[in-house]
Write a protein that binds this ligand. Structure first.
Ligand SMILES: Cc1cc2nc3c(=O)[nH]c(=O)nc-3n(C[C@H](O)[C@H](O)[C@H](O)COP(=O)(O)O)c2cc1C
Length: 175
């Protein structure tokens, strides 16, 4: 059994959530950026968990990546990753297959924040896989909390992510 956690992350927060989910899933889990999660890894995964930040109320794009890169690397915002494959491009290359899927995003704690996880789950389910849970959101602060990568997450979100990973692993084991 292989469990694959795939993330797109510009400022390190979605990556930190992905790694916490991977911790919860346990030692069978592989955590990889969109650039590194190859179709072969996807094909052998029995559970795929994919996540990205919400940009402009939905999935990030090359254009929103460029905006993030312009915003980053100031005194108060961490440098943004450049040349990271947007989740929407990675999703377009996921081969049809069996197994289960789950999705998450990072976003502001506002009802106007939009969502990326719903779209991720929809795309993954369209490849023939079963949803393992509802789409999840993990919350970041709206104002910069410093120039460290991953420093925007609200208190308790990494612990919540780890618990979600534990719950997904338990439901995988109970299949
Ligand atoms: C171009 C851009 C657009 C954004 N649009 C939204 C948005 O519509 N809703 C929201 O909740 N957050 C929005 N955000 C905040 C991101 O969700 C936040 O930067 C992200 O969760 C941080 O994750 P990362 O560190 O993995 O990049 C936006 C950020 C950027 C850079």
């Amino acid at each position: 059994m292989t469990m694959l956690v795939v993330f797109e992350s510009m400022f390190g927060n979605t990556e930190a959530v992905a790694r916490a989910i991977g911790d919860g899933l346990g030692e069978d889990a592989v955590v990889a950026a969109t650039d590194d999660a190859t179709p072969a890894m996807v094909a052998s995964a029995t559970l795929i968990v994919a996540g990205c930040p919400v940009h402009n109320w939905g999935l990030p794009s090359q254009k929103s990546h460029a905006t993030a890169e312009r915003l980053g690397d100031t005194d108060s915002i961490p440098p943004a990753s450049s040349d990271t494959m947007p989740m929407r491009d990675w999703l377009a290359a996921v081969p049809a297959g069996a197994g289960r899927v789950a999705a998450f995003d990072t976003r502001y704690a506002s009802r106007f924040a939009g969502s990326a996880s719903k779209e991720i789950l929809k795309e993954l389910v369209a490849t023939g896989r079963e949803p393992a849970d509802e789409p999840q959101a993990f919350h970041v602060h709206q104002s910069p909390q410093g120039a460290e990568r991953g420093s925007m997450l609200k208190d308790g979100e990494l612990e919540r992510a780890r618990h979600w990973g534990l719950a997904l692993a338990a439901s995988e084991a109970a299949k």
